[in-house]
Design a protein around this ligand. Sequence first.
Ligand SMILES: NC(=O)c1ccc[n+]([C@@H]2O[C@H](COP(=O)([O-])OP(=O)(O)OC[C@H]3O[C@@H](n4cnc5c(N)ncnc54)[C@H](OP(=O)(O)O)[C@@H]3O)[C@@H](O)[C@H]2O)c1
Length: 316
Amino acid sequence: MRALQFDRFGSPDVIVLRDVAKPEPGPGRIRIAVRACGLTPADWHVVDGLLADRLPPLPRGLGLEVAGTVDALGEGVTGVRIGDRVFGPAAFDGPTAGAAEYALMPAWAHIPEGVTSEQAAALPMAAETAWRALDDLGVRPGELLLVHGAGSTVGEAAVRFALHRGIRVIATAGPTRAAALEGIGARVVAYGPGMSERVGALVEGRVDRALDTAPTGGRIDRADRPGPAGGSLPTLIELTGDPDRVLTVSDFAAAAELGVRITTEIRYDRMDEFARLAGEGVLVVPVARTYPLDRIREAAELSRSGHPGGKLVLVP
Ligand SMILES: NC(=O)c1ccc[n+]([C@@H]2O[C@H](COP(=O)([O-])OP(=O)(O)OC[C@H]3O[C@@H](n4cnc5c(N)ncnc54)[C@H](OP(=O)(O)O)[C@@H]3O)[C@@H](O)[C@H]2O)c1
């Protein structure tokens, strides 16, 4: 099968498209014929050597979330059959991962009717992170939540889940997703200088809690345009009045300095709930562009620009 693989750490330039053996599913895992593989900022961290000491030796594969058709079942797997359409996280502890013609999955759910493979492959990481972040932040129905960086896929999923939970939402986003976020019921302002005043103009008093979903907290927007120290977290603290009412999914260094909460423990035990919400149209992660495997360089460049404008999806 064809797969994207790397056998040294570094920039996306180390990634190569190769013909390799199909992976075999061990106990509790399934193998799928991959129809679509979502790219995430975490891919570039893994390629750069994150988790290097916790995973088996190189080579390793690219791609952490997938959708496709079940092709083989590992020992002990129940509740799914060959030919079923599923989506979820890809196993990435072997020589290949999700960006391949076949991939192993440690967890999955059935793709609901009316959802394409590309749309399904865009869901797992954004949905899991957003759900967990809202839970860890402890935001309750009726409260006013500020989602900063809601133009990111995690941010948009958080806005959608929050509104569905009966939470009122103000979102900060650039022009690409602003109208879509307003369309689902968030009040939207631009991020960047003056954000505090723009949010302040919409609320009496404070916002109850704030969730930072901007890549690196907006700390470094682009290498040539570094943001303020601590990114937007000081503004989010000011708007809530308490660092304990702020959670970031990305800017862990600033969070440690400022006493802001973080969330890091990925868990994929809610895939059926995400499938149900996707089927009902509550959970949608916009797909910005699709690419064949051999255009990974182009996809990586847009992904790493900080402004992909939605999910980038590889289609083997
Ligand atoms: N803690 C965890 O467990 C966990 C898990 C998954 C992901 N993450 C992290 O969560 C973050 C978001 O991930 P993602 O996949 O959703 O990212 P993404 O979709 O690639 O985010 C890109 C979007 O962020 C917006 N953005 C860029 N710079 C910004 C800034 N300075 N301020 C506000 N918004 C900005 C842009 O939208 P506009 O059009 O609005 O500019 C852009 O399209 C990443 O840092 C990722 O590493 C953490």
